[in-house]
Structure formats: structure tokens, C-alpha cells
Design a binder for this molecule. Structure first.
Ligand code: F6R
Length: 260
């Protein structure tokens, strides 16, 4: 049976919450504001469990968090679960999200390796690996999940592409062609780009105590409009975030430009 689409305005109003939306003038202001959410979470709760993204969007956030750590923020108690990882890729592949996290965050802060989790891009079976990751996630309550949003009208969160259900769990998925086009730039030879990935499900993401979705630039404008103002359903997996009682959207003016 397909996932139900919630489009009756009155019913939707009863079932959903009003997300907090911050529209900031510049991408740099988005980076600062997002980093402050992450840093504030770690200050309030030094043993926070975090779900974190990769990609272009969070680079500034990681840079500012590294700066805070070098100025005394203690991140050694934090546990990280990454949202997703390509599959299959050779271990240590430069475009793997494991490498991204090492180069852009973990190599610069003191989070012990045992507290960093990401699906294994070279596991023999992506299904068994997804089950292993799901079991790990189920042992912990995620305090804060920080997400980007997919390109074009994919409205993906993690790699939950269209048709992902509200209750979906960690699993192997096929990437949308728009996602493959947008991310091919990170592969020296685009034929090396995997067709699939292992991702936390929408259901996993919705279980976090707080969710923050970040978007910058014109390329995210359609997705943000669809996510915040369109019907909630599997055509726009990010729209399911409107079922979460504590979700914050942080966007720059360009990403907000189609909001009415
Ligand atoms: C990556 C992830 C994806 C990205 C999204 C946006 O770990 O979960 O959902 O957040 O594809 O990517 P960028 O930030 O590169 O536009």
C-alpha cells in the first residue's frame, strides 16, 4: 500500500505543528546561526547524541564548530550518527562521506572514534549494514538532528528520496537522478558514483528530540517552498518534518525566495 498523502488543509492543521522558520540575509549568517544551534546543544549537554549531514551546506557550520572547540568547547563527550553514506565505494574513497567527516570535522576535534558512527561504504551487504546501523541507532536517543535538503524538487532528507515513507527506517536506497547529477562533481570520474546509498529513514529522523533543516541558495528554493507550504507526503520527504513538534528551518534569502 502506498504512503498516505495528507492534503486536507483542516486535517493537516490538526496533525502538524508550526515549524520555526528563520530566514537570514546571507549564507554566512545561516552558517553562524546553525553553528550556534550545534554549539549551544553541546554546551547544554556535553554528552549529546547528534545526527549530522555532509555536503556543501554544513561546511561553514563545521568550520565554526571547530573554531569553538579550539577556543575551549568540549566535544569529547559527543556521539555522532551520520545520516547516510554512499554504497558501494572502496574504503577511504575521497568522495565517501566517511572521508568528508574526517576531513571537515573529526580530524580537527577530539570526538573519540568509538563515538563516531557512519554506515560502512564497503560492507559486503548494504542490507545487513543498514540493519547493523539501525540497531545502533535504536540504542540511543538523538538529541539534535541537523539536515540539509536535496537538490531541485527531490526534497530529500538524508538520502530519503521521493516515495520514502514517514515511518521508513535505515535502509539501502537508490539515488534520484537529480541527486546523482548534483553530486557527480565530487567524484573525480563520475562513472565511479554509486547508484545507491545507506540512509537513516524518515522515521529515524523524526525520533530526534529536535530537528534543524538548513538550506542555502537559489537551488534550494523550490524544495523549501514545497517542503514548508506544499502537501505533506512521499513526493517531498522533507515535508514529513512538519509532523515533528520541534523542528527549525534555517534558510537564507535565496532559499526562501519562493515562499509565499
Ligand atoms: C548528506 C545528506 C543530504 C544532503 C543534501 C544537500 O549527508 O544527507 O541529504 O544534505 O543532498 O546537499 P548539499 O548540502 O551538498 O546541497
Amino acid at each position: 500500500m502506498g504512503e498516505r498523502i495528507y492534503h486536507t488543509p483542516n486535517l493537516e492543521r490538526l496533525l502538524t505543528y508550526s515549524p520555526e522558520l528563520h530566514v537570514l540575509d546571507t549564507p554566512e549568517a545561516v552558517d553562524r546561526f546553525t553553528a550556534d544551534q550545534l554549539i549551544g546543544q553541546i554546551q547544554r549537554k556535553p554528552n549529546s547524541v547528534l545526527t549530522l549531514p555532509t555536503g556543501a551546506t554544513p561546511m561553514g557550520m563545521y568550520g565554526l564548530t571547530i573554531e569553538a572547540a579550539s577556543n575551549g568547547l568540549d566535544v569529547s563527550g559527543v556521539t555522532v550518527f551520520n545520516l547516510d553514506e554512499y554504497w558501494p565505494l572502496p574504503e577511504g574513497h575521497p568522495a565517501s562521506y566517511a572521508r568528508f567527516m574526517d576531513e571537515n570535522f573529526f580530524d580537527h576535534v577530539s570526538i573519540p572514534a568509538t563515538q563516531r558512527h557512519i554506515p560502512n561504504c564497503h560492507a559486503a551487504s548494504p542490507h545487513a549494514e543498514a540493519d547493523r546501523y539501525e540497531a545502533l541507532l535504536r540504542q540511543r536517543q538523538v538529541d539534535l538532528a541537523i539536515l540539509g535538503i536535496g537538490p531541485g524538487d527531490t526534497c530529500h532528507v538524508g538520502f530519503n528520496e521521493k516515495k520514502s515513507g514517514r515511518r521508513s527506517r535505515t535502509r539501502y536506497v537508490e539515488l534520484d537522478p537529480q541527486t546523482r547529477d548534483a553530486n557527480a562533481q565530487y567524484f573525480p570520474d563520475s562513472s565511479e558514483m554509486p547508484r545507491g546509498a545507506i540512509t537513516q529513514g524518515v522515521g529515524n529522523i523524526l525520533e530526534a528530540t529536535r530537528v534543524v533543516l538548513v538550506a542555502k541558495g537559489q537551488g534550494k528554493a523550490r524544495g523549501i517552498q514545497r517542503t514548508i507550504q506544499g502537501p505533506i507526503g512521499p513526493d517531498a520527504p522533507a515535508s514529513y518534518l512538519r509532523f515533528h513538534p520541534n523542528v527549525t528551518f534555517i534558510v537564507d534569502r535565496e532559499a526562501a525566495s519562493l515562499l509565499q
